[in-house]
Design a binder for this molecule. Structure first.
Ligand SMILES: C[S@@+](CC[C@H](N)C(=O)[O-])C[C@H]1O[C@@H](n2cnc3c(N)ncnc32)[C@H](O)[C@@H]1O
Length: 280
């Protein structure tokens, strides 16, 4: 988007906005992101009828500014994702399921998995497909997936489960027909996750840095992928500690391929490419 010269993002306004974004989400906007931020917010200023970024800062700081802060985080977060991204992780998940399922059966509970930066849901639905495909291999162990993100806009898409058909690339062609309904008429070119799979997901807004996670403890598997890259080192250290505490003993944490825990003190065992296990 071209930013009109009369709406320029001054260094002071950029610093104020990036501090607010950091305080709310731990997303770091370095100085090199000033133009990007200005272009992402230009349309928002127009929609609000505001003439400058200073007016926008005042709007955010107003006593009733909380909803606008949520909008701001939605606009600055990078939500790129796709089905079966980093496919080796889904293969590892498939191989771990018998072990995880028998432990859950022994403890008399269901399997719990969490996609902790789910964006528009492709990751959580990919996990659900792996679970659904493996269900026949296990006897009577239930399973649920928590799908959460900080972005309300993304979570709405996750809840809807509607995607462009051309982007529903799954490792096996038959899975598309098994787990998706094809749109027709106005929905031609779109596909929707079938209700049986959608019902497996609990979709809710969770900021990874909020005080308390409204997600059950003892998660068997947590995917927290391609989000730590946006955080600074102290935030990563704190996050890994919190996610570890959220895992069941013997549970697994998956992070993005570019996000190994090297340099982060942790209590986990490394057991695959960006895959870690809580001892126990
Ligand atoms: C690039 S997407 C990753 C999606 C998926 N995990 C994947 O690997 O394809 C990063 C997501 O992290 C979310 N995010 C950023 N900061 C967050 C925070 N503090 N708490 C929760 N989610 C956050 C963003 O809204 C975005 O949807």
């Amino acid at each position: 988007m071209v930013i009109p010269p009369e709406i320029q993002l001054s260094p002071e306004a950029f610093e104020w906005l990036s501090r607010l974004v950091y305080d709310q989400s731990r997303i770091c906007l370095g100085d090199d992101k000033r133009i990007l931020l200005a272009s992402r917010l230009a349309q928002r200023l127009r929609d609000l009828g505001l003439g400058s970024f200073e007016d926008y800062c005042d709007r955010l700081a107003a006593p009733d500014g909380a909803d606008e802060v949520t909008e701001l985080i939605d606009l600055v977060s990078t939500n790129h994702t796709r089905f079966f991204r980093e496919p080796v992780h889904f293969e590892i998940l498939r191989r771990l399921l018998p072990e995880l399922a028998s432990r859950a059966a022994r403890d008399g509970r269901s399997l719990s998995l969490w996609s902790a930066a789910a964006a528009s849901g492709e990751e959580a639905y990919s996990m659900a497909i792996v679970l659904a495909e493996s269900a026949g291999e296990r006897s009577g162990v239930g399973w649920r997936i928590e799908a959460s993100d900080i972005s309300r806009r993304m979570l709405e898409r996750c809840r809807m489960g509607i995607y462009e058909l051309s982007k529903v690339h799954l490792p096996t062609a038959v899975w598309r027909a098994r787990y998706f309904l094809r749109g027709f008429g106005e929905r031609e070119g779109m596909a929707r996750v079938k209700p049986a799979l959608r019902r497996r997901l609990t979709v809710r807004q969770v900021n990874l840095f909020q005080d308390f996670y409204p997600v059950p403890l003892d998660q068997d598997v947590i995917f927290c992928r391609n989000v730590m890259i946006y955080f600074d080192q102290p935030s990563r250290v704190a996050l890994v500690e919190r996610l570890t505490a959220q895992l069941a003993p013997g549970g697994y944490l998956f992070v993005g391929h570019t996000e190994s825990l090297i340099g982060i003190p942790h209590a986990l065992e490394s057991c695959g490419p960006s895959v870690y296990r809580r001892p126990g």
